[in-house]
Ligand binder design. Sequence first.
Ligand code: CCH
Length: 283
Amino acid sequence: MSIVTPAYIQVEDDIRAILRKPGYDNGNIGPVLVRLAWHSAGTFSGLDGSGGSNGATMRFAPESTDPANAGLDIARAFLEPIKQKHPWISYADLWTLAGVVSLRHWADLAGQVESGCPVRSRVPPNGRLPDAALDATHLRAIFGRMGFTDRDIVALSGAHALGMCHTDRSGYDGVWTHYPNQFSNLLYKNLLEMTWVKRDWDDWDGPEQYMNVGDEQLMMLPTDMALIWDPEFKKYVEEYAANQDVFFKDFSCAFGRLLELGVTRDENIEGHEEGPRGAPQNE
Ligand code: CCH
């Protein structure tokens, strides 16, 4: 069930209005908002139900200072004026909604967008988000904890068609595709169709990353390379490279599930369809 109230639509409109930002990266803040939504949800652990977007705990240490979240303070700051304008919406809902609105820019995302209303949330420890320097085993451990399959992992990784890496955030550098403001299956096509070698520029002293032979304009993280190095993952890379519609469908389902991880709902959710909640419960 999705909540579509006039109040939510106003927030969506306000998010849409700030997406284009000349002078910032490639002129659009959508990619970093998608990353914010994913990192706020991606701390969930199916083992004990902790983590997830509830409570927007990334505002607090140690999650706010987790190196994996470097740069997401910028994304949160972009959204702060919208929170001030619509104080009824929780931060958790706002961040989730911002990720979805950004993606809807490019694709029809069927996933659910609303968060629930937790009574209390604990800030999850650092180390729950993936480390880009690692491999397929690590990806399976991280995403398996959230209940995702190999197919889901490959689908979610396709988000790297969007946006870029920043040396002052993660230490990595560059874009994954020549069209970082377009959501597409290009990540998979690039992985398969281009030849990738370790970046070995004389002046590159950052972490190990890969570049395309040819114009050397594109990059892959070691975890992106794992998608073609691992034969099970590679099957899905091939499927998504060949069929963008299947990718969009699978991505929508997996991203919707990701955003819902650990979210508890009001029992009387129908009431929300009348308008925004009264008192925000998960600031
Ligand atoms: Fe990612 N991601 N991500 N990612 N990510 C980075 C940027 C983006 C990993 C590492 C990085 C997902 C999965 C993974 C986005 C969405 C998703 C960066 C650069 C690193 C490093 C950060 C910087 O320097 O600004 C790793 C490892 C994984 C393992 O799976 C998933 C899943 C999603 C969403 C569904 C988006 C979008 C960006 C671009 C952000 C921007 O600012 O342009």
